[in-house]
Design a protein. Sequence first.
Length: 445
Amino acid sequence: MKRAKREACVTAVVALVLLVCRAMPAAAQGMPVERTYAHSQEAVERALDQIRPTMKGKLPMLEGFVGAMDQPLEKYSSPYFDCTTKVGPGSPAGTAVRVTAKITAWYTDSNPARSGYRTLPSNGRLESDLLDRLGEILDPGSSAGRSGATSGQSSAPSSPSSSETVRLPNPNTALPGRPMPGGVSLAPLPATGGAARDSAAGSGTAPGGETGATEAQRAQTEQHASELHTLALNLEEILRNQAHPENLAAVRRSGTPVFAKPLASAQVLFSAEAGDEFQILDVQGAWIHIQISGASRGWMRRADLEMPEGFAAKDETPVNPNPLGVVSFRMTRETVSRFPGDWQPLRGKMVKVFYVEPAAGAATSGEEKLEFAKSLLTSKEPDATPGADAAEGVVVVFDSADGGQISATLADVKELREGRIADAVFWHRCSLDPRETFEEGEKPE
């Protein structure tokens, strides 16, 4: 996703969040939230159609939108909301609207197997904001759309006693000159101070002068507009100073598959949503190797992603950087964690994990991987590494186009290092996942 486009979307959504938080009822903690409007069901349906495009999208943050949680919010990312409405008869002269908000986000667990999208409880802010906007459309310029509707009372229509109308800022607007996602145009912030008063005075007043309520409402509007203008300037400054990784690829469409291997027939790990961003680990022609979460990796088609400018300029034609077939590997990092798989000898135990990759992204054979893994295991003491004293096994993860993982117990590694077992016996005792990736390199006993 282009950085300018991403910053525009973030600015618009953050401004919308600030407007949502304004005048939020303290009791709006239940789900769903319901209000009754003194309008026909047909008029309410037409008004809902106007705001329907903004009833779902990405949230810039979870704080302030979700209820009590068992896990800290820092473990969640890529929040997304989706509001649904139910319209029906309310009071004898009104129509009831019930709003339910669903919030989902990606949960990152220390165990990758427990990571995934989860549904979070809404605290009622999204529902109340939607009902506020619906009330402003039904009764423009009136505070009736925000009256105690959650209790089921009908909202009164605006009074025609004055020719002057003071319109409150629309919560569906964002910062001046910034487009909202989906092509929705934004109105500028209202004028503040004397300019607003001069404009109102020029529009004429009802006979007998303005009432005290109108003066108070206008003063409140001007004060709120001034606060919003200050917040907008602060947000602009934050965005200018915000650092954002330059190696993130954004998903173009919802439902895009993430594969376990760079093959169309490979296992689908999950489906990504539009706008989800993943760190790019490697580019293999038409396939992109991505980091999902922690040690979890996957593959996506390049055509399904919006690539950063530096990556988009690269040639998409796969090139063999190693035509002579001489492959060298390098170790990228080492970690100590609990074994994530179901292999019985190491299930639930602590292991030392080596992440390696071939030089220049060259294609590798099973024999080459086995030879490198053997040299790594026989020359390195995993139990002598700081933090690995509790490890009972070792895992070698190959970050390459054809991937693969080798797992072994420390007891077997020790026997191999001391020459007490043959290579073929050692590989037979190991977990080779997937086995077909390495079988071509196995030697018969």
